[in-house]
Ligand binder design. Structure first.
Ligand SMILES: C[S@@+](CC[C@H](N)C(=O)[O-])C[C@H]1O[C@@H](n2cnc3c(N)ncnc32)[C@H](O)[C@@H]1O
Length: 128
């Protein structure tokens, strides 16, 4: 997410399954206008939504950066692309081993034709 955010001037960011908001706060401190979404009442001010049941509650092409960090619900990748503006970025971090993990080639499939970053631990960071 840090690498993705550094690639664009601050704009509108969406942090899906934001939790306590560590990622959202990082972005907000750097000038991004951040919206968090989570299904629990998180410490970070969040729009409440069940991301495993409902579509992302925002219009098409309304964010410059979408973050999905340590949360896995496969249908969310396509919906994240829907809410992304042209030229925007999606930062995804998902484990590649253990529970709630994706195979590396599986994540590539959701972002086919797009460059991917892989972090030092072999976990995946996807860029649209
Ligand atoms: C492992 S935490 C990651 C939090 C944050 N992204 C981070 O990196 O610190 C997973 C988050 O997903 C949220 N979550 C789990 N299931 C969800 C659902 N169905 N809809 C929305 N949020 C969900 C949890 O409330 C929790 O905040």
């Amino acid at each position: 997410m840090i690498e993705a955010a550094a690639l664009r001037p601050p704009g509108r960011a969406l942090d899906l399954a934001c939790g306590a908001g560590r990622n959202a706060r990082y972005l907000a401190e750097r000038g991004w206008k951040v919206t968090g979404v989570d299904f629990s009442i998180a410490a970070f001010p969040a729009v409440l939504a069940d991301l495993e049941r409902d579509a992302i509650p925002f219009r098409d092409e309304s964010f410059d950066l979408v973050c999905i960090i340590n949360f896995l619900h496969r249908p969310l990748f396509a919906d994240a692309r829907r809410v992304l503006r042209g030229g925007g970025l999606i930062a995804v971090k998902v484990k590649t081993i253990g529970s709630y993990s994706l195979r590396p080639d599986e994540l590539r499939g959701y972002f086919s034709g797009r460059p991917l970053l892989v972090d030092r631990d072999g976990e995946l960071i996807a860029l649209k």
